[in-house]
Design a protein around this ligand. Structure first.
Ligand code: G6P
Length: 596
């Protein structure tokens, strides 16, 4: 979702700022813009991708050393040039990530005062407020920021002050980077990591400015804040595709490593080794409520099945945007688990707030560092999948699952259950996944068979309902095939009406206690001539009704989602590739959804 980059140095900031912005392309966007101060402020905007902007101005931008740039994912107003950021007037340029919730009333007030708006964006009220104030940005910001409701990360240029870039943030991420005679700001540190690893994660409600040599951070009341500089470890390989055609394929192949790394600080040769604060929270836990969005939500669905079955702890899961508006039922022993690879998903952040206000502890599972969710959580578990660039999550999901599995095991162990078999199977999981990756060619051939499919239904029971959900999400996200997931038993209550010889039905049924029941659903699909792709294991009896059977390597039933998920990711990837689609940046999608 919207990306912000700002850079200040002696000269030639425009090219570098756009290069950095390209590293944020994975967030998803539909228009782009650049503001540069050389002798004066110049703004360049285009609908479409960064390359369109570069091509149409042949990369020729002013040589000034003060620049901000932005990729916009349309919320208020269509993705047109007039709505692209920076919004500028009177020598001031503003880029914004987030949503100003009281935009309508501010706009009305400004119009009454004679302001003329040139865009449909909520961002423009910030520009107009600055112009109306008329003071220096440094003086105007503390007057204006308290009037804004909602979420914002801002970068602001003022022609009168060419040696400063101003910033402000509330609820939307913004990080600063300290370079050699240059300083950076960005909505995600991956933008400037190749340039500097000295990073400042801005707290909530901070504003200030960067110059070539300095960084000033202020609270809302204007009092200065001492910057906390962190050195961020970074592996440049994560930002390169290497031998792969797409980041998503590379990230699918990185999954055995992502799991090994994720487990590395949570297991010891003796067994579980979760941090003390996490274990202390789990010790007190009698009931769990999970909140998450998208793929992370699917991880919580899998977790529910594990924690209820292995540890006997009741667990509710809720989509974060829904959870926000439900009444809370806090009780002693309630633990909220928030799952978010970015830790910046707005709905997830908002969902945990009321629990924290009610003194309910929140344990977060995150993949990035310095994110907003971890900062407000009671305890965190970090997955170590590494940076994920493909918009559709793959390795971060399996890293989340392996972490959540450990949480379920820890709760079981605290309850006196022997978990040694499960731990052993978990340690062996990376090599099971290597076997699935070795099946890519077979899976590709299966995908080629179904490339023209228009509709797909994914079915699974119990722990494989979440597998079906994630398999269908991957397919729709990157191939644009209409795909739905159902708990297999529910199929006969509606979706069965859709089944015909055109419908692809993917059935996830490793051989386990649920196999017989799901076989019943499979026969119901076959009787209606649906095209069945069955994912199972070698222990299962032959299923003649399936058009294709993909035999996956065996692990313990509790972990059988892992190999199935890898196969479903590869399946979705190859269908999308055969259809010639933009796999790493699917249309309309954003990697980090920082708006409501
Ligand atoms: C977006 C992404 C999804 C992701 C979801 C939640 O919709 O496109 O891939 O699963 O956000 O993101 P989070 O960072 O909270 O896991």
């Amino acid at each position: 979702m919207c990306g912000i980059v700002g850079l200040i140095r002696q000269k030639d900031a425009a090219g570098a700022v756009l290069e950095a912005l390209q590293r944020l392309e994975y967030r998803g966007y539909d228009s782009v813009g650049l503001g540069v101060i050389d002798h004066k402020l110049d703004v360049f905007r285009k609908e479409g991708k960064i390359n369109v902007l570069l091509d149409s101005f042949q990369g020729q931008f002013p040589e000034g050393g003060t620049a901000i740039a932005h990729t916009r994912w349309a919320t208020h107003g269509r993705p047109e040039v007039k709505n692209a950021h920076p919004l500028s007037d009177g020598g001031i340029a503003v880029v914004h990530n987030g949503i100003i919730e009281n935009e309508a009333s501010l706009r009305q007030e400004l119009i009454k005062g004679g302001a003329l708006f040139s865009s449909d964006t909520d961002t423009e009220v910030i520009l107009r407020l600055l112009l109306e104030d008329g003071g220096k940005v440094e003086d105007a910001l503390p007057r204006i920021l308290p009037r804004l409701e909602g979420a914002f990360a801002l970068a602001i240029l003022d022609e009168r002050e060419r040696n400063r870039i101003f910033f402000a943030r509330r609820h939307s991420p913004l990080v600063l980077g300290i370079g050699e005679k240059e300083n950076w700001m960005a909505s995600d540190l991956s933008a400037f990591l190749p340039e500097t690893r000295e990073v400042i994660f801005l707290e909530e409600d901070r504003w200030g400015w960067i110059t070539e040599e300095d960084i000033e951070i202020r609270r809302n009341d204007g009092s200065p804040v001492k910057p906390q500089v962190k050195i961020f470890p970074w592996n440049p390989v994560s930002a390169q595709k290497g031998r792969f055609s797409h980041f998503m394929l590379k990230e699918i192949h990185e999954q055995p490593r992502a799991i090994t790394d994720t487990l590395s600080d949570k297991l010891s040769p003796q067994g579980l080794h979760l941090s003390e604060d996490v274990v202390a929270l789990l010790r007190k836990t009698k009931r769990i409520q999970c909140v998450a969005c998208g793929t992370s939500f699917n991880a919580t669905l899998a977790f529910r099945s594990w924690v209820e079955n292995i540890a006997g702890i009741p667990c509710e899961v809720e989509i974060a945007s829904e959870s926000r508006n439900r009444p809370l039922f806090p009780s002693e022993g309630l633990l909220v688990i928030a799952v978010s690879q970015s830790g910046e998903t707005f709905d997830t952040l908002k969902a945990v707030e009321p629990f924290l206000d009610a003194q309910v502890p929140v344990l977060s599972v995150v993949n990035t560092t310095g994110n907003s969710l971890e900062r407000c959580s009671t305890a965190i578990l970090r997955t170590h999948a590494g940076m994920e660039i493909g918009v559709a999550a793959s390795k971060t999901h399996l890293a989340q699952l392996s972490t959540l599995f450990l949480v379920a095991l820890q709760l079981a162990e605290l309850g006196g259950t022997d978990i040694s078999d499960e731990l052993l199977a978990l340690r062996r999981l990376p090599s099971v996944l290597e076997t699935v990756l070795g099946m890519e060619r077979d899976i590709k051939e299966i995908a080629q068979r179904f490339t023209a499919t228009q509709n797909a239904l994914f079915l699974g029971r119990q722990r494989h309902w979440s597998t079906a959900m994630e398999g269908s999400l991957k397919l729709k996200e990157i191939s644009y095939i209409h795909a739905e997931a159902y708990a297999a038993g529910e199929m006969k209550h509606g979706p069965i009406a859709l089944i015909s010889k055109e419908m692809l039905v993917v059935i996830i049924a490793p051989f386990d206690d649920h196999f017989k029941k799901i076989y019943g659903s499979l026969r119901e699909v076959a009787a209606r001539k649906g095209r069945i792709l069955l994912l199972t294991t070698k222990e299962a009896p032959e299923v003649s009704e399936a058009e294709i059977t993909l035999v996956l390597p065996t692990t313990i039933p509790l972990l059988s989602a892992f190999p199935a998920l890898v196969a479903l990711q590869i399946f979705a990837y190859w269908i999308a590739r055969e259809r010639g689609l933009d796999i790493d940046q699917p249309r309309n999608l954003a990697k980090t959804v920082t708006v409501e």
